[in-house]
Design a protein around this ligand. Structure first.
Ligand SMILES: Cc1cc2nc3c(=O)[nH]c(=O)nc-3n(C[C@H](O)[C@H](O)[C@H](O)COP(=O)(O)OP(=O)(O)OC[C@H]3O[C@@H](n4cnc5c(N)ncnc54)[C@H](O)[C@@H]3O)c2cc1C
Length: 162
């Protein structure tokens, strides 16, 4: 069966992924809910600032928004702002730490990563392993950050050639 032509195909346009840049919960207030409008996913800037992942947050924030709408539907004392509060609770800390990590990961020159990898191969590999666990959902950014802070607070281990 021929595909019906419904009009000219618009010229594709690129757009930056709207990663979350909010520094603290106070910057979220009023950003996701405005009167009767709720912003989810990319529209709400709910994209992981380190990896640019947005699919999980789009689905999850959609569910949180639906929960808030249904709660208000059933009980008029409930408020749509509860969606924003839930989103801050669930994503706020993770996004804040991911933003901090992204400044660290992308801010340092490649030569620094090469130097750290050759000077402290074991420590560097362990951080990368933890990072992969975050990608697999086995760790959170918060636990990765705490691990890094604990490691940096200790004296650096002696150089190994392993
Ligand atoms: C190149 C690229 C690679 C990516 N890779 C990954 C990845 O590997 N993993 C990951 O997690 N995320 C990735 N992302 C991010 C991810 O795709 C988005 O964060 C996610 O799709 C956001 O979902 P959303 O529902 O908020 O928005 P979208 O998926 O953009 O959905 C919005 C929908 O609204 C429609 N729409 C827009 N305007 C109107 C209108 N006026 N009327 C009706 N409909 C409208 C659009 O056509 C679209 O279908 C990537 C993004 C890009 C651009």
């Amino acid at each position: 069966m021929p595909i019906p032509v419904i009009g000219p195909v618009p010229t594709p346009r690129g757009h930056p992924i709207p990663v979350c840049r909010r520094q603290s919960p106070k910057h979220w207030r009023g950003e996701l809910v405005s009167r009767r409008a709720l912003l989810v996913g990319d529209a709400g800037g709910l994209v992981d600032p380190l990896l640019g992942e947005g699919i999980y947050y789009a689905v999850r924030s959609g569910r949180l928004a639906a929960d808030a709408i249904l709660a208000m539907w059933r009980d008029s004392a409930r408020r749509l702002e509860e969606y924003e509060e839930m989103a801050i609770r669930e994503f706020g800390t993770e996004f804040r730490i991911a933003a901090r990590l992204s400044r660290f990961v992308y801010g340092l020159p490649r030569s620094w990563h090469r130097w750290a990898g050759s000077r402290y191969p074991n420590a560097y590999r362990r951080v990368l392993e933890r990072y992969c666990q975050v990608l697999q959902g086995e760790e959170t950014y918060r636990s990765l950050w705490l691990h890094m802070v604990r490691k940096l607070a200790r004296p650096f281990p002696p150089r190994t050639n392993a």
